[in-house]
Design a protein around this ligand. Structure first.
Ligand SMILES: [Zn+2]
Ligand SMILES: [Zn+2]
Length: 285
């Protein structure tokens, strides 16, 4: 497995931070229509997650934490983000399929949808209309509203083909884009058989809701606060508490300045558990 780390590319990487193009000053386009199916879906998950106190057990909490790490750090941060969206390291094709499947279990859409939107975010960072989760439209838009007011320019197959052709050409990834939701059924069923309803509430609903907000904070909070180690030309910051919730993704200023570098935490205190996993894979594969 090959990868690009700060150590591997220090002189090139540190001398040339990527600067986001300065967003043109334009009026935001009117908000697209509200998607009621999305509202009902997210409200149902949040409602069921609120049942947590009545279904508590330490084992169930352990399951939620484990799946938050597996689907979040390995599936989204390592898989969808650093491997697929930025190609900051490579793995054998069979392993890419396994990791991408874990990403699809995080309930954040299929790989082509996720990657196409994220590449658009880097290409037009904070542009009020062209960045799908632009923080220039306010905290709540970048955190969540962009999902329930879906912009048809962003949520369509043509866009996925254009921004993520490397993924859209794989039949399996196209299948995941359409069926990622159904994959939650065997997860829920398996959890029910092992630990009953308490495992389902914690392993599916509590886990999904906390993982959503963890990821969304990267789009919202880390584009509004945090310290800047690099001149990335945007408002991205390094936010320690967001990094803790997302296994290293909160070092977002480092990431915007060097999006193709697989390691997001650059100093000893910028802990980056997703990088630890990449490092481990590097030794194993
Ligand atoms: Zn960003
Ligand atoms: Zn990125």
């Amino acid at each position: 497995m090959t990868s690009t780390s700060p150590a591997a590319s220090t002189s090139q990487a540190r001398s040339q931070p990527r600067r986001s193009p300065q967003p043109e000053v334009v009026e935001p386009t009117p908000r697209p229509p509200l998607s009621w199916p999305s509202v009902i879906f997210f409200a149902a998950f949040h409602g069921l997650a609120l049942l947590a106190p009545w279904f508590f057990s330490w084992k169930a909490l352990g399951v939620a934490i484990f799946l938050h790490w597996l689907f979040g750090s390995i599936g989204i941060c390592l898989g969808y983000h650093r491997l697929l969206a930025h190609r900051s390291f490579q793995v054998p094709q069979w392993l890419e399929y396994v990791i991408t499947t874990i990403g699809a279990l995080a309930l954040q859409g299929g790989p082509a949808f996720w990657v196409a939107g994220h590449r658009q975010h880097h290409a037009f960072t904070e542009h009020v209309n062209k960045d799908p989760y632009s923080a220039s439209r306010g905290f709540w838009w970048s955190h969540f509203l962009w999902l329930i007011f879906p912009d048809k320019d962003c949520f369509n197959q043509e866009k996925y083909n254009k921004n993520a052709p490397d993924l859209a050409r794989h039949a399996y990834y196209r299948w995941l884009d359409k069926n990622f939701l159904a994959l939650q059924i065997p997860v829920g069923l398996g959890l029910y058989l092992i630990g009953g309803w308490s495992f389902v509430i914690y392993g599916v609903f509590v886990r999904a809701v906390i993982l959503w907000h963890s990821t969304w904070l990267i789009n919202s909070a880390t584009h509004m606060t945090g310290y800047k180690s690099h001149d990335s030309g945007d408002h991205s910051g390094n936010v320690w508490w967001a990094a803790l919730m997302t296994y290293g993704e909160g070092w977002h200023n480092n990431h915007h300045a060097y999006p193709k570098v697989a390691k997001a935490g650059w100093t000893w205190w910028e802990i980056d558990p997703t990088w630890w996993a990449i490092n481990l894979l590097q030794k194993l594969v």
